[in-house]
Design a protein around this ligand. Structure first.
Ligand code: SF4
Length: 412
């Protein structure tokens, strides 16, 4: 199998998205976050390509302004001075919701580049390569047949540092900065180290820094890998490939859906985008029925609260009066006694084990197991993961209270 890191990541995040993109070959409409992120990568690539005649900050911003995804195609205007406003920006297509949104993205990119420039210029390193493509062959072990897999990827930048060591840098434009621990276990960086090792076998891992540069925060987090880490990475990749090969490509809803261009066709979101008549079901408007359900549920909750209050009052009354039964016109309350039962575990085992019935009552408590999984080391967690068998998939509809307006604001 030939697979890129980004496809592996896509599968991990959402198997259905992987299927749309890699198997069905449906072109994903670009989201603004993706266009924005790719654009900043392009600007930084251009910046470093000018080595050794690096542009000034004004030059960098001029490039940024002139090639801005919407503006560049519609404007023949001269770029503005560095402290520009974005009032000249034009809305070219539906990528941006409105001019204000486009301005906000533009200004944010500008801010990121300005602080990046101030912090990183003049470069203290030698740029060895930009957008380095690599291929790494991963062999299956004999007990896991399936042949060879070719992993591909593109490394944003490789630098040589003054002390002779190398640094792989990958730019991130996301709104979240991970912890050092997360970066240490980041699959992308491990895979890049693997790719670089295959491309340049003489690279000493001790001398290789792996960094993620978070442009929004102007922060770089780095990590290192050992030979042992790379062996583990290969095994992880093989496991992931096996999961892809046997996957039923179910959708996995997560905050990442906000950036997914397949929402209008994905079964999680499709109905959200359907026009009024498309929501008809045997002549019934299903949207109205869903609203009716939530209205009734609200009424039911109110009623249940009322019932609880009444019952409390009657309980207090019967206790204070020392009554075991209290009567109304349409019914009565009677005090009942229930016993809470517990067993001596050893005694019970003694009786049930010879009958072969002991194991039957030792069901695994999923809640307790989930809690234990959070507390144990990752290696043991992986072992538990291997012991997991999905025997039955239960599908059910769960009602969630979040209005359409709230969703629209989140998915903008
Ligand atoms: S919208 Fe979400 S669930 Fe649907 S394909 Fe995209 S990432 Fe997966």
């Amino acid at each position: 199998m030939r697979i890129s890191y980004s496809s592996l990541e896509t599968f991990e995040n959402c198997p259905l998205k992987y299927k749309y993109s890699e198997i069905d070959k449906i072109k994903e409409p670009k989201t603004k976050e993706a266009v924005f992120g790719n654009y900043l990568h392009q600007v930084l690539k251009w910046f470093y390509q000018q080595d050794p005649h690096f542009p000034t900050l004004e030059g960098l911003i001029e490039y940024y302004y002139n090639h801005w995804p919407a503006f560049a195609k519609t404007s023949g205007n001269k770029p503005p001075p560095v402290k520009t406003t974005t009032s000249k920006l034009k809305i070219e297509n539906s990528l941006w919701q409105d001019e204000n949104e486009e301005k906000a993205y533009f200004q944010e990119g500008l801010r990121m580049l300005e602080q990046y420039y101030k912090f990183n210029f003049p470069p203290k390193t030698t740029i060895l390569d930009l957008e380095t493509r690599f291929e790494a062959v991963v062999d299956e072990t004999p007990d896991q047949p399936g042949g060879k897999h070719i992993l591909t990827g593109v490394i944003d930048r490789i630098d040589k540092l003054p002390d002779g060591s190398l640094e792989i840098i990958d730019y991130k434009t996301g709104k979240r900065m991970p912890s050092q621990k997360e970066v240490d276990s980041n699959l992308q960086l491990a895979l890049y180290a693997l790719g670089l090792k295959r491309k340049w076998p003489k690279v000493d891992l001790e001398q290789l820094r792996l960094s993620l540069y978070f442009l929004k925060f102007n922060e770089k987090i780095e990590t290192k890998k050992t030979e042992e880490d790379l062996i583990k990475t290969q095994q992880k990749i093989i496991n992931l490939i096996h999961r892809i090969q046997t996957s039923s490509f179910e959708p996995k809803a997560s905050p990442l859906c906000n950036w997914c261009g397949y929402r209008p066709i994905c079964p999680i979101w499709r109905q959200f985008y359907e026009a009024g008549s498309e929501k008809d079901f045997n002549g019934i408007n299903i949207e109205e029925k869903i609203d009716e359900y939530f209205k009734l549920r609200e009424d039911k909750n109110k009623l249940e609260n009322e019932l609880k209050k009444l019952k409390n009052l009657i309980e207090v009354y019967s206790q204070q009066k020392g009554l075991k039964r209290v009567f109304g016109t349409n019914g009565y309350f009677a005090q009942e006694i229930t016993n809470k039962v517990s067993y001596d575990k050893n005694k019970l085992k003694e009786v049930l084990e010879p009958l072969g019935k002991w194991e039957e009552i030792l069901a695994i408590d999923q809640k307790k197991l989930d809690q234990i999984i959070k507390e144990i080391p990752p290696e043991v967690r992986e072992e538990i993961e291997k012991a997991k068998k999905v025997e039955k998939v239960a599908e059910y509809l769960e009602a969630n209270e979040k209005t359409k307006k709230e969703w629209e604001e989140e998915l903008r």
